[in-house]
Design a protein around this ligand. Structure first.
Ligand code: SAM
Length: 218
């Protein structure tokens, strides 16, 4: 299978649909080998635009969702980012490409084996500015706050207050799905300036639940 050709075609289609809007996001999606993050049994689907099971009842989001969230977050080189829900690690790797070697990513995953697997891939890709933390991500990570950007890739019943508290007051942005466990979910973009937090609706979505203190019960 020619993964590079499939990856180029995926990016071409997402650009044509207007989902990828910037060269930065296009470059990230052209560069990061998505098939590295997909279980071997499904690698032939790596560049198809749908979610794929990564085990433990979890999924890697569809590429259009990765692209859309990256575009809305407006990530720049050197930024410090908190991600909740490492999963396969693919979205983390896209963020790493966008922040470059001078940025910093803290990514929290509650399932140990997913975190370990993602860490192995980051090591192979020589991404040494990603810290993967195994914990309940709904409490965020106060130790390294504030964050320029926060990305949440599992749906919570509300936006956990620790995320708002740990977001930078200087145009900090958070992208997070909120809603029911199984339906009626909305993707929000939150923006913090000083002590003012404003959120705007992006679109309806479908994510796995955010499990934890400020999320859903297990
Ligand atoms: N962005 C990921 C990717 O590119 O593969 C997909 C993430 S998957 C849709 C959501 C992830 O959130 C799952 O791996 C799940 O275990 C994780 N998760 C759910 N609740 C969590 C929590 N409280 N803290 C950390 N991770 C959590």
């Amino acid at each position: 299978m020619n993964f590079e050709k499939s990856r180029t075609e995926m990016v071409f289609q997402l650009r044509k649909l207007g989902i990828i809007q910037t060269d930065a996001v296009a470059d990230a999606m052209l560069t990061i080998p998505r098939h590295f993050f997909i279980p071997h049994s499904h690698q032939n689907q790596a560049y198809q635009d749908h979610p794929i099971s990564i085990g433990h009842g979890q999924t890697i989001s569809a590429p259009h969702m990765n692209a859309m969230m990256c575009e809305h977050l407006d990530v720049h080189p050197g930024m410090q980012i908190l991600e909740i829900g490492t999963g396969s690690g693919y979205h983390t790797a896209l963020l790493r490409h966008l922040v470059g070697p001078s940025g910093k990513i803290f990514s929290i995953e509650r399932i140990l084996s997913l975190a370990e697997n993602a860490q192995k891939i980051f090591k192979a890709l020589k991404f040494n500015n990603i810290s993967v933390i195994v914990d309940d991500g709904t409490i965020g990570c106060q130790e390294h706050a504030p964050y320029d950007r926060i990305l949440v890739t599992a749906v919570g019943p509300t936006i956990p207050q620790p995320f708002i508290d740990q977001l930078s007051e200087e145009n900090g942005k958070i992208c997070i799905p909120v809603g029911d466990r199984n339906c009626d979910q909305i993707l929000w973009l939150g923006n913090k300036r000083g002590d003012h937090f404003h959120k705007s609706r992006i679109c309806g979505v479908r994510f796995v639940p955010l499990i934890g203190k400020y999320g859903f019960e297990k």
